[in-house]
Design a protein around this ligand. Structure first.
Ligand SMILES: C[S@@+](CC[C@H](N)C(=O)[O-])C[C@H]1O[C@@H](n2cnc3c(N)ncnc32)[C@H](O)[C@@H]1O
Length: 266
């Protein structure tokens, strides 16, 4: 099934309004692939008919499902391990003297937030720390809340952490791992769109991970998101961005303290 140029533009305009992400014409095959199943499920033999009906009905639930489908949620445990090494060293050099709050903005299905949680559990044990993950996509937020992953996702997880913080599924759950309850209790997930004001009660963080999401935005969009996120970073807090996502040339009030690690200043 293929999309006409007009339908592609209409559906990607809706996606851009919601997410802020502009999908270029080169992404047309990807969009066609991702919408195929939804069109079939809705009883349409042609993708164009599905998009037409979707935009005309503007049913919030179906629009959310389409936005969920069009976001790229790739993530894995301990992705870009240099950041975890950096954070571990920081906690050893300057152990926090109060509660430590960490935000995984654009947390996808939760692997990043749980990797941070494992590191904090190792370094801070039962001291006061917590992690919150947020994402635009309700589908991945729900996955993160389940904290249940196919076992093959554990390939980047050191064996010791796998043993200590994950339960091996049995019976119906064979082949899956569940994050251990004590860790789950310290990590929460909710929906938040980085293109909009953040929830009022989000609060301030010592550490923010904003990784592998800025790449989808143009420079003004990136700058707006980083400013919005910085409003939630404590004065001495640290912001981690993806290693492919330089903040140079965006004229932001930050200074670099390590590769893809920033603090207020500049
Ligand atoms: C590639 S994943 C990155 C996940 C994780 N941070 C990592 O580095 O592995 C990008 C995530 O950004 C989310 N996202 C895209 N646009 C967003 C927006 N406007 N607000 C919040 N999250 C957004 C997507 O839903 C997706 O889960």
């Amino acid at each position: 099934m293929t999309l006409s140029t007009a339908s592609f533009e209409a559906v990607t305009a809706m996606f851009a309004r919601v997410s802020g992400i502009r999908l270029s014409p080169a992404k047309k095959p990807l969009v066609e692939g991702r919408l195929q199943r939804m069109a079939q499920d809705a009883g349409h033999a042609r993708l164009d008919d599905y998009v037409h009906a979707l935009l005309e009905a503007a049913d919030p639930k179906e629009l959310t499902r389409v936005v969920d489908k069009l976001t790229t949620n790739e993530t894995y445990f301990f992705r870009e391990p240099e950041h975890f090494d950096h954070l571990r060293q920081l906690l050893r050099d300057q152990p926090p003297d109060g509660p430590l709050r960490v935000w995984s903005a654009a947390s996808s299905s939760g692997e990043e937030a749980f990797s941070i949680a494992m590191l904090l559990a190792e370094e801070l044990g039962r001291r006061d720390w917590s992690v919150i993950g947020t994402d635009l996509s309700t589908a991945v937020v729900q996955q993160a809340q389940r904290a249940l992953y196919p076992m093959e996702r554990a390939r980047n997880l050191p064996q010791a952490l796998l043993k200590r913080y994950c339960l091996r599924g049995e019976g119906d759950y064979a082949g899956q791992l569940l994050i251990q309850r004590a860790l789950r209790e310290r990590v929460s997930f909710r929906c938040a769109n980085l293109m909009q004001e953040m929830p009022r009660d989000l609060g301030q963080f010592d550490i923010i991970f904003l990784r592998n999401v800025l790449i989808y935005f143009d420079p003004p969009g990136k700058a707006r998101i980083v400013r919005r996120v910085l409003a939630h970073l404590k004065p001495d807090g640290l912001l981690y961005t993806g290693h492919a996502e330089s903040l140079a040339n965006l004229e932001l009030p930050v200074r670099s303290v390590a590769p893809a690690v920033y603090t207020h200043g500049g």
